[in-house]
Each structure stands twice: as C-alpha cells, then as structure tokens.
Design a protein around this ligand. Structure first.
Ligand code: ATP
Ligand code: MG
Length: 319
C-alpha cells in the first residue's frame, strides 16, 4: 500500500500554487493511496511568527482543505502539534543526525541569511520533517525541488537508524507531484508563488475583484507572443502554465496578452468560486472543523505510537 504525506505550513493563506502543486494531487490520489494532509504548525515557528496568526491560519488551512475536496474520512487532516509523537521522534532523530548535515541544507542557508537572530529550530527543521515522514511509515513523499535535500536527509536518517538500532522505519521515496505544476509569482515570475513571499499571489479565498486585479497586473514582457519560453518570457509562460493546469488546454498563440489574462482570470475564477463558497459554509462552523482535526489526529495516533515504541526500544530507552 502506498502511504503519502503532504505537508502545509500555516505561515499564511493558501494560494493557487498550493492548490495546483499540492492539494489537487492529494485529492486526486485519495482513491489509490493512503494519504495524510499534515498542517505543520511547529514548522511555522522556525521563523519569527505571530502566535495568533499561526493559530488562525491552522484552522483556515484545514477549512480550505475541506472546501477544496479533501475527504477527511479517507485523508486524515492532522495538525502536527496535536500528535505529540512528532516532537518526541524529532529528538530521537537529532541523536542520529549530525550538525553538519543540518547546517549544509540550502534552505537553512537561504533563510538564515535573512538577518536577525536565527532560531535553533530553523537548523533542525529538516530533522522534524524527517520525523513527520517516518512516524507514519510513509512510502512516498510528493516533493518539489526545494524539498529534495530534506527528503534525502529523511532517507539517510531512516537508513542509519535502522542499521544501528534495528529495523524501525520505512525508508520513504520522493515522488514528483503528478502535475509538474510549479506556479510562479505573478509579479516576479522568476520566483515561485509563496504564502510568505512575493506580491503576485492568488489567494484561494481572494474575492473575484482582487483576483482580477492581480492577474491584470501580472508581469509580462515586450515580446508580444503568447508562447512558452521560461527563459525570456517567464511571466507569459507562467500564465500559459496556469491556464493549461486549470483547463487542460493551451491558449491560441494568436491572442493578445490582455486576452490571455482574461482567459486566465475566468479559469481561476471557475476553479476558486466553489472553494470560496464551500469555505464560507465550513467557516461558519469552526467546531465542526476542530472536530475533523481531532478525528484526524485520533486516526493516525496509533501508527505514530507504534513507530515510537519501536524507536524507543531500538535506541535504548526503557519501555
Ligand atoms: P511558504 O512561503 O511559507 O514556504 P509555500 O507557499 O511554499 O509557503 P508550503 O507550506 O511550503 O507553502 O508548501 C505547501 C505545499 O504546496 C507543498 O507541497 C509545496 O510543494 C506546494 N507549493 C508551494 N508553493 C507552490 C507553488 N508555487 N507551486 C506549486 N506548488 C507549490
Ligand atoms: Mg514553502
């Protein structure tokens, strides 16, 4: 059986990149895989954070997941901090990981270069991510390029732990998400659309008028041709990619940039409108959403506890 883990950090509001790159593949695989949707709130604390914003965003992300079609019966939605085994395994894995392995992570180097005090948890972030994955006997982790190195570390730690302390963890494989979608920021199309970065973001809960404006302002180029050319026309290429992902078709190359943007706007609105509407329904009942999260944690806890008990025994703790 294929077991997948897809993680989301409650660092902000979910956007079109999250939908096309992560949520849709997760929803599409609900019939064929055992997936877990993890809201990684502990990871959201590796950089300066606003406590009430993280709490709000945790609940909102769960709500958007439900609205987008995640079926909690088949795909438990789990808040990382509500399953204590994540932090417990994190510590044990720190005892098999080397400082140098964490320090050479590209994401750590990038994020720590931002200036200001660097949280120790930012350094050990990939070890917590390894714990997230290994806890659930995950066989596949859909990863974008930016997470490759972290997944490699998770594999390394699993193999090392197993060989030192006996068979404990399933060694996970990285898989490319079905859709190769990597949605770029509309204002700065050389960088990816992100929750906490950039200004050209299409939020899944943005009102139609905001979406229209964001797309109308999307960066293009003076070339004037509707074609894919990531090197010279990153903005236009991104718009074509979004349209293709949403509608399954390529735009005619004979249209203007303004017409392309109108097509993209209509396509985005068609996909986002039902999510917006269902979100409003779920958001009106936060207790229901909290119940879904409690049930999700309850569902996965036995697996987490079983893994922990193997790990504790193996590494030398009294059971
Ligand atoms: P942050 O800026 O806080 O890192 P993020 O937008 O990168 O936020 P994550 O929580 O890091 O979101 O990732 C959630 C999921 O969405 C991951 O599976 C990630 O690969 C996917 N994802 C994030 N951004 C994009 C994007 N621009 N295009 C496609 N997939 C994306
Ligand atoms: Mg990210």
């Amino acid at each position: 059986v294929t077991r997948r883990l897809t993680g989301f950090q409650p660092t902000g509001r979910l956007h079109l990149g999250n939908l096309l790159g992560a949520l849709r593949p997760l929803i599409a695989a609900q019939d064929t895989t055992e997936s877990i949707a993890l809201i990684a709130d502990l990871h959201a604390m590796t950089m300066e954070h606003d406590p009430s914003a993280v709490r709000r965003s945790t609940l909102e992300q769960a709500t958007v997941m439900l609205a987008a079609g995640v079926d909690p019966e088949r795909t438990p939605i789990v808040v990382q901090s509500q399953v204590r085994e994540h932090t417990e395994l994190h510590y044990l894995l720190e005892c098999v990981a080397a400082h140098g392995e964490a320090a050479r992570m590209i994401q750590f180097k990038e994020k720590s270069a931002a200036g200001g005090p660097i949280r120790l948890s930012l350094l050990t972030y990939p070890v917590l991510m390894a714990a997230d994955i290994l806890l659930y006997d995950t066989t596949q982790v859909p990863v974008g390029e930016d997470q490759n190195q972290h997944l490699e570390l998770a594999r390394t730690l699993a193999i090392r732990f197993n060989s030192r302390y006996g068979p404990t963890f399933t060694v996970p494989e990285g898989v490319r998400p079905e859709s190769a979608a990597r949605i770029m920021d509309l204002a700065e199309p050389s960088t990816k659309m992100g929750k906490s970065t950039g200004t050209g973001r299409i939020g899944l809960l943005d009102p139609p008028e905001v979406i229209r404006r964001t797309i109308a302002r999307a960066a293009t180029d003076p070339i004037g041709l509707v074609r894919r050319d990531r090197e010279n026309q990153p903005g236009v290429t991104n718009l074509i990619g979004i349209l293709a992902e949403l509608t399954g078709r390529e735009p005619s190359d004979a249209i203007s940039y303004a017409a392309l943007k109108r097509e993209v706007t209509d396509a985005v609105e068609a996909v986002v409108a039902p999510i917006r509407a269902r979100h409003a329904e779920f958001a009106a009942d936060p207790d229901f959403v909290r119940g879904v999260l409690a049930a999700g944690a309850g569902k996965v806890r036995p697996t987490a506890a079983a893994t922990m008990s193997r790990a504790r025994r193996g590494i030398g703790l009294l059971d």
